[in-house]
Design a protein around this ligand. Structure first.
Ligand SMILES: NC(=O)c1ccc[n+]([C@@H]2O[C@H](COP(=O)([O-])OP(=O)(O)OC[C@H]3O[C@@H](n4cnc5c(N)ncnc54)[C@H](O)[C@@H]3O)[C@@H](O)[C@H]2O)c1
Length: 346
């Protein structure tokens, strides 16, 4: 069991910097090195946060630093290659969402983790908000009963990300648009609260109508709005929507419906029935109390604290390689169903 964890980060975009702050806030962790192709960015981030070792070549960082833990915060098309390289180097991996570009890639990552005997955790950050953690505790305590319906949505009225070299909107490098990028957050949060039931079918639609919102000359071949109905082996089902741009409001729908109650995550509300009276409970304070469940309130700090606790053998991994494979089956299922016009069965 490791007391002190030597960590590093590959990719210093916005999420990479959130991981950086998470490691710095985590007791017993030494953030030894950071890596990015972009040297000016690398130097400025390292100087700002006092990180001594910097690398532009991740392979060299893994070889020289012999890290216990590395965050893989690079574009989607590199998740598989970099995670497997790190696992093969004996390093435990925290990989950003979406797990990969396909279920086959996620499967290869899971196999590499198993073969190396190292932890592969997916940075499914919505599981670590105070609201999700509180909801999960209520569900696990049986307060909501049997959950049979979920509704998950993450929509923006206008908000198409580009990323370095416009990779977000290039299907070959992102694996898809709104659904794989932000739909995954909403899907994962509700699927997790539903108890990660086994998906059996997906029926989906995907649209691309907002090319005019992307700079001229940028290749744009991904969905800007998608919807899906996912059915599970336990009879439950989940309605999912995602958009980067549409002529409707931006939303963050996260709802689970059970036989004894229902929960809305954002803003947090609980719907119950007591003595035949239908009740709607809202938070007494403005938020779930800071430090609820003794985890950090910041979800990135929470996911990194969880990753480090797993490495120290203090807790069981909650965002597993197997779940990464199933998430990719569902996300790819949405796209395949949209393309073929058929329900996809697993
Ligand atoms: N959890 C979240 O809320 C969240 C938010 C945004 C993005 N993400 C995910 O994080 C990942 C990165 O997204 P981003 O927004 O930071 O993209 P980005 O393009 O803004 O930044 C990626 C960074 O990684 C660097 N990089 C890429 N490949 C590299 C390599 N092989 N070696 C070294 N450096 C490399 C780039 O130079 C760049 O600085 C994506 O998978 C994305 O889906 C997660």
């Amino acid at each position: 069991m490791k007391k002190n964890i030597k960590a590093g980060i590959i990719g210093l975009g916005w999420p990479g910097k959130e991981h950086l702050k998470g490691y710095l806030a985590c007791p017993g962790v030494e953030l030894a090195a950071v890596c990015d192709w972009d040297e000016p960015l690398l130097k400025s981030v390292a100087a700002e946060y006092g990180i001594k070792k910097t690398y532009t070549d991740y392979k060299k960082m893994l070889e020289v630093e012999k890290l216990d833990a590395v965050s893989v915060c690079v574009p989607n098309y590199e998740h598989e290659e970099l995670s497997i390289a790190a696992l093969n180097a004996g390093t435990n991996v925290l990989c950003e969402k979406p797990p990969a570009m396909s279920a086959a890639e996620a499967e290869a990552m899971a196999q590499a983790a198993k073969k190396a005997g190292r932890v592969l955790m997916y940075a499914l950050v919505m599981r670590f908000t105070p609201e999700t953690r509180f909801a999960k505790d209520m569900i696990d305590a049986g307060d909501i009963g049997e959950i049979y319906l979920g509704k998950a949505g993450y929509t923006r009225r206008r908000g198409i990300p580009l990323g370095k070299d416009n990779w977000f909107v290039d299907n070959a490098r992102s694996g898809g648009g709104a659904m794989i990028d932000i739909g995954v957050h909403a899907l994962d949060c509700i699927w997790y609260l539903m108890g990660t039931p086994k998906p059996v079918s997906v029926s989906g639609v995907a649209y691309r109508k907002f090319e005019h919102c992307v700079p001229a000359g940028v290749k744009y071949d991904v969905d800007d709005a998608s919807m899906a109905l996912i059915k599970f082996a336990n009879g439950a089902s989940l309605f999912l929507e995602a958009s980067w741009a549409w002529n409707l409001p931006g939303t963050a729908t996260k709802l689970v419906a059970g036989t004894k109650g229902g929960i809305q995550i954002e803003p947090f509300r609980v719907f119950t029935e007591k003595k035949g009276v239908v009740l709607d409970e809202t938070l007494g304070e403005s938020s779930i109390p800071a430090g609820y469940g003794s985890a950090p309130s910041n979800p990135f700090a929470g996911e990194i604290a969880h990753f480090c606790d797993v490495l120290r053998g203090k807790t069981k991994l909650i965002a597993t390689p197997e779940q990464g494979i199933q998430l990719m089956q569902m996300l790819r299922g949405v796209y395949e169903s949209a393309e073929t016009g058929r329900e996809i069965r697993f």
